[in-house]
Write a protein that binds this ligand. Structure first.
Ligand code: 7RM
Length: 654
């Protein structure tokens, strides 16, 4: 027998046990796109697996010769091949008789709607591409896009893809400075923007931010501006063109340009916490394959589905699972411009009912926000059309998973908890609906063909039941090809920590059944008296309590234990904070996980600081817990939240 005392402490403790099992419903299994054989087939020869799907799913102008050239960390997939992404997402469906099929049911926040068929898309994309050509954009030139969630956004992206001009979409909530920084990093030639959009009942102007940005972007030669709000905005002569002028007058004939498999499709910038944003580089064929295959298999997409990914297209989730994956699969999607609580907390459920949505993909932050408002909102609507539910962006706490399952999925629809990143381009860790028995809170297993592992500080696999660092041990088709203009930083950021492996920056554990549980960013792991405790597990234990809607924990410096756990707690809408409840919640964590994880401090807060894509910014919570000056807040969605928390911060319970 081994003596535990001579073993090094685990990289991250495995503390929280979740034993509820949800096997697939036999009726779902009988019709599922996924099959257990996919795993075995992909494992036998992963290159052959991807090559087969690349041949079957993509329409090539010229077939590829080599599946993979792997010169670690630089991958090339499907070399020798040529294709066009817009053709694969739009034209081929029209040619095959699907011109009248709806591509997007678009819903504006104020209640206006638009329907775009694949034939509409083909026409609009071709015109927009011709407008770009008129402005001098050539294959290889970069185009920046800064827009609200309106149909012209995917149209603009596809117009770029049609002529082989890589796009970089900058989320409409970002500042002028973020926009100019990204434009300058990639040297974009044209900006496509709008006068503004709607959010929470308010008009959000964009053009004035764009103008401020363009004062400082020497490479920009022209801009195209969509009129969404209809107000007068300043248009710079010879630079700015209204979309309805320059696009509408173009011919709707624009032959798609065949590009090489490794031609750059887009850049998407991820803001590092302090350093300059990284331009994550995605290319053409591998990305299209990864996004479309995972979309069809993970969401069990059928021709009649009405699919809704509720992310913003400004994030990678929108790129892969609102635009490229669904369109490549000729899927009918919902696209919604606004907020989930406008005009009321049942806006989403009204949309599901009105459009008979069958698949919903959203983030845990949204689910926990709905949880906080209570089950009456979804209960008032017919959600029986929903047959698959997805989650992405953060670990989903078991309680939130169960709430989603019962109140949205009618205890019937399988949930796919999908782990991936901007860098990975496609879903990498996920259940397959109809195949996988799920456990609430676990992303379960790597997608077929993906080699994921959990390793210790030396890069050795940790045994089942242990925690450590999540790594990927072989290339995959939609993987990033680099950081724009900085191959050294690419190597250093992702491939240096564990030689030969891609390090994602996330902690994970694998339970005794081999299921993967994501434990949050390793930078957030707390060290309490020598125990490496993940924020996720303590947060899940708090959300497990019936009064709690959402929780975030951080480590606060402590003389005795090194770090002490500091919990920020949002209560459900009908609960009142009290000292007694704070004591109860701290005891609840001690009971569920163990005394080592009992929060030393607990503060009730009305809200939490989040990024604009809904991820909790624990870095800022650490600043608050330590009473420090706040660090960089540029990616914070709502700056007011931090002040509100600070006003409360006298009341932390010890
Ligand atoms: C798709 C996306 C990536 C980071 C990633 C994780 C976290 C995403 C999950 C998750 C646990 C999940 N891209 N993350 N999905 N953690 N379970 N299902 O979010 O580049 O914006 O973020 O998000 O930490 O590294 S992203």
């Amino acid at each position: 027998m081994s003596d535990d005392s001579v073993l090094p402490p685990p990289e991250i403790e495995n503390l929280l046990a979740e034993s509820r099992l949800f096997p697939p419903d036999p009726a779902f299994v009988a019709q599922a796109n996924a099959s257990a054989e996919m795993y075995a087939e992909a494992e036998a020869d992963f290159e052959a697996f991807w090559a087969k799907h690349a041949r079957e799913r993509i329409d090539w102008s010229k077939p590829f010769e080599t599946t993979l050239e792997w010169d670690l960390p630089f991958a090339k997939w499907f070399t020798g091949g040529e294709l066009n992404v817009a053709y694969n997402c739009v034209d081929r469906h029209v040619e095959r008789g699907l011109g009248d099929k709806v591509a997007y049911h678009w819903i504006g926040e104020p209640g206006d709607t638009r329907t775009l068929t694949f034939a509409d898309l083909q026409r609009e994309v071709s015109k927009a591409a011709n407008a770009l050509k008129e402005l001098g954009v050539q294959t290889g030139d970069r185009v920046a896009i800064y827009m609200p969630m309106i149909p012209e956004l995917p149209i603009a992206m596809l117009a770029c893809a049609r002529i082989g001009a890589p796009h970089t979409v900058v989320f409409g909530g970002f500042s002028a400075e973020s926009l100019s920084g990204r434009i300058n990093d990639c040297g974009a030639k044209v900006l496509i923007t709008a006068d503004g959009g709607y959010r929470r009942g308010k008009e959000i102007g964009l053009k004035h931010h764009a103008d401020e940005a363009l004062a400082d972007t020497p490479t920009i030669e022209a801009s195209i501006v969509v009129r969404r709000l209809g107000h007068d905005v300043h248009m710079v002569p010879d630079r700015d063109h209204w979309w309805h002028d320059i696009v509408d007058r173009q011919s709707d004939d624009c032959p798609p340009v065949a590009v090489e498999s490794e031609h750059m499709l887009y850049l998407l910038y991820t803001s590092g916490t302090t350093a300059k944003p990284k331009g994550i580089l995605h290319t053409t064929a591998g990305y299209l394959l990864g996004a479309s295959l995972t979309h069809e298999v993970v969401f069990d997409i059928k021709p009649d589905d009405v699919y809704w990914c509720a992310a913003d297209i400004g994030w990678v989730t929108g790129h892969s699972y609102i635009v490229y994956g669904p369109l490549a699969n000729a899927t009918t999607s919902i696209m919604y411009e606004g907020a989930p609580d406008t005009p009321a907390w049942d806006r989403w459920w009204q949309i599901v009912e009105d459009y008979k949505v069958s698949i919903l993909y959203c983030a845990p932050t949204a689910i926990r926000a709905f949880m906080k408002q209570g089950e009456a909102w979804p209960a008032a609507h017919d959600l029986t059309t929903l047959r698959v539910l997805g989650s992405v962006g953060e670990p989903i706490n078991p309680e939130a998973w169960l709430w989603y399952h019962e109140n949205i999925g009618g205890s019937r629809a399988p949930i796919v908890d999908t782990w991936w990143q901007t860098e990975t381009g496609q879903i990498l860790i996920t259940p397959l609906p109809g195949v996988t028995t799920t456990k609430p809170g676990s992303a379960t297993h790597p997608f077929p063909g993906i080699a994921a592992d959990v390793v210790d500080a030396d890069g050795n696999s940790v045994p089942l039941g242990g925690g450590g660092y999540l790594v990927l041990k072989r290339p995959w088709p939609a993987m990033l090809r680099g950081i724009y203009g900085d191959p050294e930083r690419y190597h250093e950021t992702y491939w240096k920590r564990f030689p030969g492996m891609y390090f994602a920056g996330d902690g994970a554990k694998r339970d005794l059944d081999g299921y993967l549980w994501l434990l949050g960013r390793v930078d957030d792991v707390m060290n309490v008296a020598g125990h490496r405790i993940s924020t996720t597990e303590v947060e899940s234990a708090l959300v497990d309590h019936k009064s709690v809607a959402e929780a975030a924990v951080v480590g606060k410096k402590d003389e005795v234990s090194g770090q002490a756990i500091f919990a920020f707690v949002i209560l459900k809408a009908d609960r009142e904070p009290s000292d007694a409840l704070a004591v109860q919640l701290r005891e609840h964590v001690a009971y569920v996980i163990g005394p080592i994880a009992r929060p030393k401090f607990l503060m009730f807060v009305p809200d939490l600081p989040k990024t604009r894509s809904g991820k909790i910014m624990r870095r800022l919570l650490r600043d608050i817990a330590e009473g420090r000056v706040l660090g960089d807040t540029t990616t914070l969605a709502d700056v007011g939240v931090v002040d509100t928390i600070r006003e409360h911060s006298g009341s932390a319970e010890e």
